[in-house]
Write a protein that binds this ligand. Structure first.
Ligand SMILES: [Zn+2]
Length: 259
């Protein structure tokens, strides 16, 4: 008999390891849409888009596990249009939808920030107790340095090579990177926290018009490395952990997104 896990056991285990109650988030974390009781195959992805649901159906999955789920604060709660199509596709097949937003950015081992450091070969600063040094709201911004000395330009080339996407660079490419801070996704609002913690180079997924000026005026370098590109790794690490724990295959499906 192939490995399987019940929806309830998986939901409890995910909540145990990711501790969503510790975060003030913009969406519900955990089981967002209930599907069938037994789970034998899981598809993971960055965002619960229609394309990801279709990929999960094609793979005969029983659950989808994502970083960006549904039911965001301030969105129209009515089930119409794209939302109706997504929900119908999911529920017609009794697919479970699990989503973890901030808890999956922040997790010390499988989180997007921890995993981006692994993929990029960045060394987090450590506190006296060994935990990575972080700052900002919910401790989401990580602090550290590249494993070898790099200029801003060389760091950008490294990001392009390892993430497969050219970052947008604000600042002097010839300047050396001394203290690096990073936060995946739409984390442009945390530039101040990163600078206050001593960073002279900040990497996040997105950038906004005002952030460009802030970065220029402080002299810090800013690399906007892609929301999707920086957030592909947490859910893959979590999927590997689920697979190791329950023996249920988790397949990551990358739905390309240039932002
Ligand atoms: Zn995100």
């Amino acid at each position: 008999m192939s490995a399987h896990v019940s929806r309830q056991v998986l939901a409890d285990w995910l909540n145990d390891v990711l501790q969503p109650e510790r975060f003030r988030d913009y969406c519900p974390n955990g089981l967002q849409v209930q599907g069938r009781d037994e789970i034998r195959r899981i598809v993971t992805g960055v965002t619960a888009s229609q394309a990801l649901i279709e990929a999960a159906v094609a793979q005969d999955a029983d659950a989808i596990l994502v970083h960006h789920g549904w039911f965001w604060k301030n969105e129209d709660p009515c089930i119409r249009g794209t939302k109706h199509r997504r929900l119908t596709a999911l529920m017609a097949r009794e697919l479970n939808l699990f989503a973890y937003h901030l808890p999956l950015d922040a997790h010390l081992e499988w989180g997007n920030n921890a995993q981006l450091a692994r993929v990029m070969d960045w060394v987090p600063d450590r506190r006296a107790d060994g935990a990575p040094r972080r700052c900002g709201p919910d401790d989401l911004v990580w602090l550290g340095a590249p494993a070898r000395d790099l200029t801003v330009g060389a760091l950008a080339a490294d990001v392009a090579r390892r993430l497969g996407r050219e970052p947008l660079v604000i600042g002097d490419p010839a300047r050396p990177v001394r203290r690096l801070a990073w936060c995946t996704g739409a984390a442009q609002g945390m530039l101040d926290a990163a600078l206050a913690a001593g960073a002279d180079c900040y990497v996040s997924g997105e950038i906004s018009e005002p952030t460009v000026h802030l970065a220029r005026e402080t002299g810090a370098a800013y690399l906007s490395a892609g929301h999707h590109a920086t957030e592909r790794y947490g859910v893959q690490a979590l999927g590997a952990a689920v697979e190791a724990r329950f023996g249920v295959p988790c397949t990551f499906v990358d739905i390309d997104n240039p932002v």
